[in-house]
Design a binder for this molecule. Structure first.
Ligand SMILES: CC(C)(COP(=O)(O)OP(=O)(O)OC[C@H]1O[C@@H](n2cnc3c(N)ncnc32)[C@H](O)[C@@H]1OP(=O)(O)O)[C@@H](O)C(=O)NCCC(=O)NCCS
Length: 152
């Protein structure tokens, strides 16, 4: 049974570690993971400036989503699931939370810069592939850019 709750201020380190474990499922090497570390790290400020939701099972965090909304535009900044629980519905729950939260804050669309391995998941959730964006962590790497319409 998966439960969703707000992130707690004292768990940013363990949530950051979860992001890194989850990212590593795509088989990246150590140098790549090191380059991504900063982008995958949450800090206490993130709780004030963004919305962070945790999925937990038996009181253990097994996934998280982070959304930022500015005016009518939302960005899905993070969506990570514990490797042992992939394909068990946690990502869908967190994605649904992200769209609901973004909409409730006035967003009409949500942008996603996806890991290439995760792009088919977002398309399955209803997002449209719009093009490519430069990775903020790896110079020269292009990432699928998707958009989820939140109206209608
Ligand atoms: C992408 C991710 C969040 C998906 O979460 P998940 O919990 O495994 O997904 P769910 O079990 O909720 O899957 C929902 C649906 O999407 C499909 N799906 C999930 N991952 C998929 C993938 N990589 N490719 C294609 N389809 C996928 C599932 O089969 C399911 O389909 P259904 O509607 O037929 O049941 C998860 O794979 C993950 O954390 N990956 C590693 C970290 C990462 O890359 N995060 C995204 C950063 S942009």
């Amino acid at each position: 049974m998966i439960r969703l709750r707000d992130a707690r201020p004292n768990e940013f380190q363990s949530l950051s570690a979860l992001c890194l474990r989850s990212k590593a499922v795509w088989g990246y090497d150590d140098a790549f993971m090191l380059a991504c570390r900063s982008e995958l790290t949450l800090c206490a400020d993130d709780l004030k400036s963004t919305n962070v939701q945790v999925a937990e099972r038996d009181a253990i965090a097994v996934g998280l989503a982070q959304v930022k909304v500015i005016d009518t535009d939302a960005d899905l900044l993070k969506l990570f699931v514990e490797p042992a629980l992939l394909r068990s519905g946690v990502g869908r729950l967190l994605f649904a939370w992200a769209t609901t939260r973004a909409r409730s804050l006035g967003a009409v669309r949500m942008s996603i810069e996806a890991d290439p391995g995760a792009a088919p998941f977002y398309e399955r959730m209803g997002a449209r592939h719009l093009g490519f964006a430069r990775s903020k962590s790896i110079p020269g790497r292009m990432l699928p850019r998707l958009q989820m319409e939140l109206t209608g």
